[in-house]
Design a protein around this ligand. Structure first.
Ligand SMILES: Nc1ncnc2c1ncn2[C@@H]1O[C@H](COP(=O)(O)OS(=O)(=O)O)[C@@H](OP(=O)(O)O)[C@H]1O
Length: 446
């Protein structure tokens, strides 16, 4: 009798251990159990949900043609479904965050992040704190009166702020709600300098004076003078964008004080070199879905120069404050990944890459970025600046209109997207009340 009792306890204990092991494995792999939903009847698909509620879209009147039809049919799936946001896992207790401040640093993949913020905001009817042109009077320090429609007495409600600025927290705080999520992105100062040299050589005095990049790397101080035109791109540009003194001599005490200020203000600091991991961390922190953070690389150059070890060391030493900052947030970034779970992260990154590849096949003519001259539509032509060609994404013409529209939004560059949002938020009305298209600020200058 006692023996069978002991056996039963042992059996229950063993079962418990097996269940715990299964739960632990699920946790590590980050497997989500989506809500059970009704199987589509061939005509109906769960479509995008602006307010988080599923809507049913009838796709029976969709137009299919050419290669698109073959692609869509080969995947046995409705085109709308391809553009669908995955359902929220049923156990998720968090609520998507919608008050967001992104500090867009220069040459750090910020335009790609802007694209996802623009899309999310537009889809969810959020209100952007927009600059009058394309930047908040950069390189001057940010001031609230630079936000279109801002009025200190009436304090309009803004949800997202994301265009280039030199950060100035007291002024930003006046504009953004107190519960805003602050994030930014950093890049290794060496590769960043290579990108900046190519892009900003026409404007930065230090870059202009150097006969070539190699010469600049060998003797940066020979070409650099504090305060000369656009030299904030040439030394410690991250430090500058964060609102600090980029010409201050490096000391650990000073650098640590800056890092503490960033940590006190920003909820998350991302890394351009680890963009996909960054997107997963961002998605988790914002309680968003995978599709919200799927992007195509924006603002990339046709060619770039490879740096050798010595070049890298020199450039990091030249921008010592940025290198110290980057090294610190590189450590905290990987601590966050560790905390999230490496295996889970790998799994999520794999899903992100697959989704991007899938959407590239669906949306993009040839699936690869091309030079601006190969893109006919002004709405998606990349802005050209600097010494190298900036690439863009041609959208296939044989897609059903709604799908094509969503594809176009995924590759709409920052400047054109800002114009679209501006027109939505500040429609110019004729005397009869009809909406006139506002003059794109682009025609006035960046
Ligand atoms: N997803 C992703 N992953 C990694 N790197 C990326 C990504 N998206 C953009 N980029 C690279 O970021 C550089 C452009 O940065 P920005 O868009 O911030 O430039 S800008 O300041 O707005 O002009 C530019 O770098 P360079 O090509 O070295 O110039 C882009 O290639």
């Amino acid at each position: 009798m006692r023996l069978s009792h002991v056996c039963r306890i042992q059996f229950l204990g063993f079962g418990l251990v097996v269940l715990m092991a299964i739960g632990f494995t699920i946790q590590i792999l980050g497997i989500h159990f989506p809500k059970r939903r009704s199987v589509p009847n061939g005509r109906e698909w769960i479509a995008e949900k602006p307010e988080g509620r599923p809507q049913v879209a009838n796709t029976s009147n969709m137009i299919y043609s050419g290669k698109a039809a073959t692609f869509l049919m080969s995947h046995q799936i409705s085109p709308l479904r391809l553009m669908t946001v995955e359902p929220q896992p049923s156990y998720r207790t968090c609520r998507p965050r919608r008050h967001i401040m992104f500090l867009k640093t220069h040459k750090t993949a910020g335009s790609t992040i802007l694209n996802l913020l623009h899309r999310y905001g537009e889809r969810n009817g959020l209100f952007f704190a927009l600059p009058y042109k394309y930047q908040f009077n950069y390189p001057s320090s940010f001031h609230s009166y630079r936000v279109k429609g801002y009025n200190a007495s009436s304090r309009p409600h803004y949800d997202i702020m994301c265009h280039h600025m030199r950060f100035n927290y007291p002024e930003v705080r006046k504009v953004m709600p107190p519960d805003s999520f602050y994030f930014t992105i950093l890049r290794d100062p060496a590769t960043m300098a290579e990108s900046s040299f190519s892009y900003y050589r026409v404007v930065s005095s230090a870059f202009k004076k150097a006969p070539n990049f190699k010469a600049f790397i060998s003797h940066p101080s020979h070409y650099y003078r504090q305060g000369e035109r656009s030299n904030h791109y040439a030394r410690n540009p991250l430090w500058f964008d964060l609102g600090f003194n980029s010409d201050a001599p490096f000391t650990e005490t000073y650098a640590n004080a800056g890092i503490r200020a960033v940590e006190d203000t920003f909820n998350l600091v991302l890394l351009a070199e680890h963009f996909d991991e960054s997107m997963i961390l961002l998605k988790e922190e914002l309680c968003w879905n995978l599709d919200d953070v799927v992007t195509f690389k924006m603002n990339s150059r046709e060619t770039s120069r490879t740096l050798n070890r010595e070049d890298i060391e020199r450039l990091r030493a030249w921008s010592a404050l940025d290198w110290y900052l980057y090294s610190h947030f590189n450590r905290t970034f990987w601590n966050k990944v560790e905390h999230f779970g490496r295996a889970k992260m790998d799994n999520e990154v794999r899903k992100l890459k697959e989704r991007r590849q899938f959407l590239a096949k669906l949306c993009i003519e040839g699936s690869e970025p091309v030079g601006a001259e190969q893109i006919k539509e002004e709405a998606i032509k990349p802005f050209q600046f600097g010494q190298e060609k900036i690439l863009g994404w041609p959208v296939r013409n044989d897609l059903p209109p709604e799908v094509r529209m969503r594809c176009v939004r995924m590759v709409t560059p920052e400047l054109q997207y800002k114009d679209i949002l501006d027109v939505h938020q500040f429609p110019v009305r004729a005397s009869n009340g009809s909406v006139l298209l506002a003059t794109p600020a682009r025609s006035i200058g960046r």
